[in-house]
Design a protein around this ligand. Structure first.
Ligand SMILES: Nc1ncnc2c1ncn2[C@@H]1O[C@H](COP(=O)(O)OP(=O)(O)OP(=O)(O)O)[C@@H](O)[C@H]1O
Ligand SMILES: [Mg+2]
Length: 285
């Protein structure tokens, strides 16, 4: 087994002439925490969208565990072992915390969703639908076992955020604070026990103490061996949690290395300072 989990080469994505991601290459090693930083519009989220299959690349390759995933859709990529959260947070507003976590597990269901491959075949789509309906109403020993496993995973994820999510297990997501919605989203991603966890600005909109709490959780995940690809503007957090930092500007990688190396890199400082004058970047401290 190679030490490289994610291998991105010459990745490109254009939007009507704009090179949002302009030929970038990087790797994420097994158990590594790699962060992507850069000014607004530098291509960070587009990179994550490409890695997670939300967008198709115009060029380049992406491999997870040695297997090409750049042509796979996001459901397939989730099955391969990449789970993500979104920059603006995405939870189902009317579902409870527990149900939001369960939604994440849907792609892993086997006994509850037999014949699921058939659902891609137009003429045979009704077969899995009828089978799922039967199992939902009558149940089978295997489907009941699977439901027990799902309940255990949900309980474990709520435990992870016990003080915050424990008392709110059955509350609808719309009634949660912003920070708790983001925790629910992270719990949903972690419930999949992903090989690679992809987080897009997990602390956006959080205050200092909430950010410190997320940092603590990221450090715990890291200590447990979780591989993480993180986009984040809060550089203190980035510098504390990351093994390596990738700096993007204008769709390209302008620097990468260990946190202390990147901090010293003048191109990095310029990318930030240049934006800070006119366009409102972030502080490099
Ligand atoms: N779906 C899209 N259609 C057209 N242009 C897009 C699309 N998605 C991103 N872009 C453009 O691509 C560039 C990179 O955007 P991206 O969202 O990747 O930046 P970012 O580094 O995540 O920025 P931020 O820090 O503000 O989140 C921007 O100029 C953006 O306007
Ligand atoms: Mg972004």
């Amino acid at each position: 087994m190679s030490d490289v989990l994610l291998d991105v080469r010459d990745l490109e994505r254009h939007f009507e002439g704009l090179a949002a991601v302009d030929g970038i290459s990087f790797t994420v090693g097994r158990g590594e925490v790699v962060s992507i930083i850069g000014p607004n519009g530098s291509g960070k989220t587009t990179t994550l969208n490409l890695v997670t299959g939300a967008l198709r690349p115009n060029g380049g390759t992406i491999a997870l565990d040695g297997e090409r995933i750049d042509r796979a859709d996001s459901a397939k990529i989730a099955e391969h072992g990449i789970a993500r959260t979104f920059q603006n947070g995405r939870v189902f507003a009317t579902l409870s915390v527990a149900d939001n976590i369960e939604v994440g597990l849907h792609s892993t269901l086997r006994a509850n969703r037999p014949f699921r491959r058939l659902s891609n075949l137009f003429l045979l789509r009704w077969v899995p639908l009828l089978a799922e309906l039967y199992i939902a109403i009558v149940g089978t020993p295997a489907s009941r076992r699977e439901q027990r496993r799902i309940d255990e995973v949900i309980a474990a994820e709520i435990d992870r955020f016990e003080a915050r999510l424990g008392p709110r297990r059955d509350d609808p997501a719309y009634s949660l604070s912003y920070a708790n919605r983001r925790r629910t989203e992270i719990a949903r991603a972690l419930a999949l026990d992903p090989k690679l966890l992809v987080l897009d600005e997990p602390t956006a909109g959080m205050n200092q103490s909430e950010t410190a709490e997320v940092l603590q959780q990221l450090l715990e995940l890291k200590a447990a061996g979780q591989t993480i690809l993180l986009v984040e503007h809060k550089l203190d957090l980035v510098m504390t949690v990351s093994d390596r930092v990738i700096v993007m500007d204008g769709g390209r990688i302008i620097a990468q290395g260990r946190p202390e190396e990147v901090r010293r890199d003048t191109a990095v400082v310029e990318a930030y300072l240049g934006r800070r004058r006119g366009l409102g970047g972030v502080d490099l401290v």
